[in-house]
Ligand binder design. Structure first.
Ligand code: ATP
Ligand code: ATP
Ligand code: CA
Length: 218
């Protein structure tokens, strides 16, 4: 069975989620109070409807309780975002992701049961800052507020050494989950794998451990 998603609020954020889910072949119900926004998504989403998501009877009649994941992408109208999230959780929707406008908004969304809260501007800012502060960091993915997956470029210090020589896990507490070399990717490299300067390493660990690894190894 295909997973069913609903996106409420078709601004830039909700719109891009809706578009990407549709491109991936998912079933997507697109909802907005604004007719023009809905018209824009009629050819893209599986269904697109004009509705006020703060109206409980409307959300019920759309059958939202049966969706696998609902994304509340209403940002500016904090009142509408909170009320919509509350109704969805009361209806029993298992996964609700909500976009927060500020820290206070985030706190309220979490209190009323939002499963995932996203701060697109802040989160993207953190991600970009992490990418630009270190020239060796290519990409960065936050797993929790304490753990990340980071893509880095191996430097001179690692050149010609095996993972076992470097004793990465024991010394830094991080795991190298993959090594990319000349476009070839080796997933779950073994201890005897040699690292070369310029290889791309994908590492997973706690943020302090990753920091230590970056400072001492790269
Ligand atoms: P973004 O910051 O993602 O670009 P935006 O600034 O264009 O979004 P927001 O005010 O954050 O717009 O709202 C996103 C969408 O949510 C808008 O298209 C708006 O019409 C819709 N929206 C606002 N309130 C409701 C509601 N009660 N029911 C359904 N949709 C709503
Ligand atoms: P461990 O208890 O840490 O798994 P081990 O002796 O079983 O130790 P080996 O596979 O023999 O592990 O590797 C020796 C050392 O090489 C490990 O202790 C670890 O520090 C490092 N190592 C091997 N593979 C990796 C990896 N993918 N990422 C990080 N470090 C690794
Ligand atoms: Ca906005």
């Amino acid at each position: 069975m295909k997973k069913q998603f609903a996106v409420i609020g078709l601004g830039r954020f909700g719109g891009s989620i809706c578009r990407t889910l549709s491109e991936q072949g998912a079933e997507v119900l697109a909802v907005d109070i604004d007719e023009e926004r809905v018209n824009e998504f009629t050819p893209i989403a599986t269904h697109a409807v004009i509705a006020d998501s703060t109206d409980e009877s409307v959300l019920k009649s759309l059958g939202l309780r049966n969706f696998d994941h609902v994304i509340v992408a209403i940002g500016d109208n904090i009142h509408a975002s909170i009320l919509t999230t509350l109704i969805l959780k009361e209806l029993g929707v298992k996964k609700v992701t909500a976009k927060a406008q500020n820290d206070y908004h985030e706190k309220v969304l979490r209190k009323i049961g939002a499963d995932f809260v996203i701060h697109p501007e802040r989160d993207m800012g953190v991600r970009i800052a992490n990418n630009i502060t270190s020239t060796s960091v290519l990409d960065y993915l936050e797993l929790s507020d304490k753990h990340s997956i980071v893509e880095v470029i191996a430097g001179k210090k690692m050149d010609g050494k095996t993972l076992s020589d470097l004793d990465v896990r024991a010394n830094y507490g991080v795991n190298i989950v993959a090594i990319k070399e000349h476009g070839y990717i080796n997933v779950s490299p073994r201890a005897d794998q040699t690292v070369h300067e310029g290889d791309i390493l994908i590492i997973i660990g706690s943020d302090p451990d990753i920091d230590r690894f970056k400072k001492q190894m790269l």
